[in-house]
Design a protein around this ligand. Structure first.
Ligand SMILES: [Zn+2]
Length: 264
């Protein structure tokens, strides 16, 4: 029997038994957002979904914890991609409330160990605030951004001077390489853009300065991306993810709810 379960494929009786075993639940989060002419709109949730599945399958048998993959939270806050077709946004306040309600619902069900595996940079603060508000006493929520698990020396080794930083890593080198490795059937390689880096200013403006971003929708060059590079990055992320999930699984259970409730 496979140890990894998918929440949405289970029945209520399955969930009842699963929750009694104090599982770690992984929630992939991403965006529905333009990702250049060569990557699909769902890139930001396809990546954490695939990495999460791979990591969950890679957790050693000796870790005696049940694991479950939740359906991804797909829509998010991505206004910098509004100038392109296909992007569908939630306001930041809406996203906070969606995250709050989801985390609260999982807590109500008795799920005490929740790992949010995030694939979209702008979601971070809203997911975190939602988790803080929705978390019930007795539940432990962790926010993991996959790019934080990529070791700096690996980036240096793979890209050297071609690396422009995580801030511009949108439909660029790493996301393109990861999609080539994880979901190659969805990458339109013949449409991979070859534009110069955009002008990056050390501040943000409203309205967003769309003219400074490349028309292609890739915020940095993709030249050099390959499935091999994507595999090396995916492997490093999965190593970090397995460490994090084992830590979450093996740590002592969080404190039980107090009479007054615990919303810290
Ligand atoms: Zn992305």
């Amino acid at each position: 029997m496979e140890r990894m379960k998918r929440w949405a494929e289970m029945t209520w009786t399955d969930i009842e038994s699963l929750v009694a075993e104090d599982p770690v639940a992984v929630l992939p989060t991403g965006s529905v957002e333009q990702h250049g002419p060569h990557l699909p709109l769902g890139t930001d949730y396809f990546i954490p979904l695939a990495l999460g599945d791979r990591a969950l399958r890679g957790i050693p048998e000796s870790v005696g914890c049940r694991l479950v993959s939740l359906p991804p939270l797909t829509y998010t806050h991505a206004p910098h991609s509004n100038p392109w077709p296909g992007t569908a946004n939630l306001d930041g306040t809406t996203l906070t409330r969606v995250a709050r309600d989801l985390i609260g619902e999982l807590g109500r069900q008795g799920v005490r160990r929740i790992a949010i595996l995030n694939g979209h940079m702008e979601s971070q603060a809203f997911l975190w605030e939602g988790a803080r508000l929705g978390r019930r006493g007795g539940s432990w929520v962790t926010l993991i951004n996959w790019w934080d698990l990529v070791p700096d020396p690996l980036v240096e080794d793979l890209f050297g001077d071609a690396w422009v930083g995580w801030e511009l890593e949108h439909a660029a080198l790493v996301e393109t390489a990861l999609m080539m490795a994880l979901r190659p059937e969805l990458v339109r390689e013949e449409r991979t853009p070859r534009e110069d880096s955009p002008l990056v200013r050390p501040y943000r403006s409203l309205p967003p300065e769309a003219p400074t971003l490349p028309r292609s929708g890739s915020f940095a060059p993709t030249a050099g991306a390959s499935a091999e590079i994507g595999e090396r990055i995916a492997g490093a992320i999965c190593d970090g993810l397995i460490d994090a999930l084992v830590n979450i699984a093996e740590s002592p259970a969080p404190p039980s709810p107090t009479a007054k409730g615990d919303r810290s």
